[in-house]
Write a protein that binds this ligand. Structure first.
Ligand SMILES: Nc1ncnc2c1ncn2[C@@H]1O[C@H](COP(=O)(O)OP(=O)(O)OP(=O)(O)O)[C@@H](O)[C@H]1O
Ligand SMILES: [Mg+2]
Length: 246
């Protein structure tokens, strides 16, 4: 995908290794090949011929957004800067009818110019006109309630674009506060998400502002709070769409 905020794929190639190459490989490489091939006893089973697939991406030298959030939350300006870049990348992706399905700070790389690059298409899926998907993929903290409801989702489908929007809300919250807003978007098991489910937004923010005060003492502006709770709506139909954000 050719977009300034999506990591570029340079090349995909396959290398066939023969027995004589094998002897020259580093032991770590051999271990990886053997692990991938699932062979039980590497010493007995040196393969005559092995194939390695390489995927070469542009290099993003400044780690991931996750590495920054492990240290401290972003400033308001930096949060807005990266939120905008992520929204642009997502709009482009959804317009090309691709759903990411694993949006999270670990998959947001930062390049040498401090620009964001969306990466990791391991769970990406092609979208049809209705954007309906039937397989539930993602990372628990970032999955929307309708995706977490596996049985229903697999039978009736869920809107993949709005699933990505929910993850965007979790990421934006994590940028501002330095941690995700809840462990799992399940009102039965997660007290923080329960407040969002019952639309008790005042109480939700009070808890965050009192019990988990921002280390830099920043108060989240009201407009940001409204944006966040609109992205984190339990019901996908009430959730803000990317077009409404931009
Ligand atoms: N183009 C890149 N430039 C710099 N670092 C990268 C790049 N691609 C991936 N990484 C680093 O490798 C990590 C894992 O990459 P990626 O998310 O694509 O794979 P993954 O399937 O999630 O792997 P894992 O299961 O180990 O998380 C990223 O979180 C990042 O730290
Ligand atoms: Mg990843």
């Amino acid at each position: 995908m050719n977009h300034p905020y999506i990591v570029k794929l340079h090349e995909v190639y396959e290398k066939v290794l023969i027995q004589s190459d094998w002897a020259n490989l580093k032991s770590e490489t051999k271990e990886v090949i053997e692990a991938v091939k699932g062979e039980p006893s590497p010493s007995k089973l040196i393969p005559k011929k092995s194939v390695i697939n390489y995927i070469v991406f542009e290099y993003c030298s400044r780690n991931t957004l996750f590495d920054y959030l492990c240290q401290k939350p972003l400033s308001l300006n930096a949060s807005v800067f990266y939120f905008r870049q992520l929204v642009e990348a997502m709009l482009f992706m959804h317009r090309t009818r691709v759903c990411h399905r694993d949006l999270k700070p670990e998959n947001l790389l930062i390049d040498a110019n401090f620009d964001l690059k969306l990466a990791d298409y391991g769970f990406a899926a092609k979208l049809d006109n209705k954007a309906l998907l039937y397989s539930c993929k993602g990372t628990l903290n970032y999955m929307s309630p309708e995706i977490l409801n596996y049985e229903y989702a697999e039978r009736h489908g869920y809107n993949g674009e709005l699933g990505d929007v929910f993850a965007l809300g979790v990421i934006f919250f994590a940028m501002l506060m330095g941690r995700p807003p809840f462990k799992q978007a399940d009102p039965k098991t997660d007290p923080h998400f329960k407040l969002l489910y019952f639309q008790q937004f005042g109480q939700f923010w009070r808890i965050w502002e009192t019990q988990y005060a921002h280390p830099q003492g920043i108060v989240i502006p009201e407009g940001f709070k409204t944006l966040l709770t609109s992205l984190l709506q339990y019901r996908p139909a009430l959730r803000l769409s990317l077009n409404e954000i931009s």
